[in-house]
Write a protein that binds this ligand. Structure first.
Ligand code: NDP
Length: 348
């Protein structure tokens, strides 16, 4: 019978210093348009850390009812516990994910508006559902919205073992697209390469291999000279400059992450002579600029791929938080440390 809790912060900063767990009072019965939710699983995504650090453009709303704190967490899976009188799209027992950003999912209970959630189609695992609203749609939209690709075309991506990268590999395979995947070297690199190949990766290279002179020739052999029209950038920095060199004429480079924290620098000649277009993609902007039915359709499409066994949950580790507020606060800090240390290879 542990109390309901939330992971909160009152000022932005280093998560290990500003986050703490605190008990929440029981939720009152929902107002006519609202739902009470029990949160089942909440991932730690890199952007969550940036939000807590205060360096991300979206912020959770402040909670005067809890003494002016923010509740952390953007993505998550919850079960509907109680619904207001005029709610008709979900019933208690249904699973939902958030369509409102920064809903405060690092909590065991939530009160949200009916329009702020999307009902999860049946047939998904808890982990698939809990991680379906940020990374898989980012992968699908980037593959669809920028370059016109046909079966057999190649795309290239870095950060290929990230959760987004794993979704890119699988969705590409489902769409009969081929992928060249770049990852950081590590002692067990052959294990990582086989893991990504088993998801459907066509080729996997480390950034060191990318920098080798022979790589361009190898890539030309793989693609039989077919031009690569799309590059997906999760990392930035010099490795992305090199990756962009693999793109052909009229290609599109789509940047969605900056994991190396290094700026992206591209030779001007790529724009002049190869007609490169460089874009940024932000899933939050997509959600904001599309209707609820577009959002539902996007998630339904991904759920179909998951149910068909074409899109698996990312590699993950589930951490269960238990004990006193102090113990839970410590467990949260440890869980965040695992994810942000790099090369953990698992969504926490
Ligand atoms: P994960 O936590 O699953 O993976 C993080 C990835 O970043 C791993 O591949 C890791 O590689 C790599 N990485 C970490 N540090 C570095 C570094 N210094 N240099 C190179 N690679 C590094 O992340 P997600 O898939 O959840 O997110 C990946 C990125 O995409 C994040 O930047 C996130 O904010 C962004 N994102 C953006 C979205 C958008 O709408 N624009 C939507 C979703 C995600 P390794 O195993 O070697 O440590």
């Amino acid at each position: 019978n542990s109390p309901h809790r939330a992971v909160v912060y009152s000022s932005t900063g280093n998560p290990s210093q500003v986050l703490s767990a605190r008990a929440l009072p029981p939720l009152p019965p929902p107002s006519p348009t609202h739902l009470n939710l029990r949160v089942l699983l909440s991932p730690i995504n890199p952007a969550d850390i940036n939000v807590i650090e205060g360096v991300y453009p979206s912020k959770p709303s402040i909670r005067p009812d809890l003494g002016n704190v923010f509740i952390a967490g953007n993505e998550g899976l919850a079960e509907v516990v109680d619904v207001g009188d005029s709610v008709n799209s979900v019933v208690p027992g249904d699973w939902v994910v958030m369509s409102k950003p920064q809903a405060g999912t690092w909590a065991s209970q939530l009160s949200v508006g009916e329009g702020d959630v999307i009902k999860v189609p049946q047939g998904l695992s808890e982990v698939q559902a809990a991680t379906m609203s940020v990374n898989p749609p980012t992968a699908l939209c980037m593959l669809r919205d920028f370059a016109s690709l046909s079966p057999g075309d190649y795309i290239v991506q870095n950060g290929a073992n990230s959760a987004v990268g794993q979704a890119v590999i699988q969705i590409s395979a489902a769409l009969s697209l081929k992928t060249i995947n770049l990852v950081r070297d590590r002692p067990d690199i052959s294990e990582l390469k086989s893991k990504l190949s088993s998801l459907g990766a066509t080729h996997v290279l480390t950034y060191d291999e990318l920098a080798e002179k022979s790589t361009k020739t190898r890539v030309k052999e793989w693609t039989s000279g077919r031009s690569i029209k799309l590059g997906l950038n999760c990392v930035g920095g010099r490795d992305t400059t090199l990756m962009t060199g693999l793109l052909g004429h009229d290609a599109h480079l789509v940047s969605y992450g900056a994991m190396s924290k290094s700026p992206l620098s591209l030779p001007t000649s790529y724009f002049i002579f190869k007609n490169l277009t460089s874009h940024g993609f932000w899933m939050s902007r997509w959600y904001d600029s599309h209707s609820k039915s577009d959002r539902e359709q996007l998630l339904a499409e991904l759920a179909d791929m998951m149910i068909a066994g074409k899109l698996h949950a990312p590699e993950h580790e589930i951490v269960t938080l238990r004990g006193s507020d102090e113990q839970v606060s410590e467990q949260v800090r440890e869980a965040i440390g695992k994810g942000s240390a790099g090369r953990h290879g698992k969504k926490v």
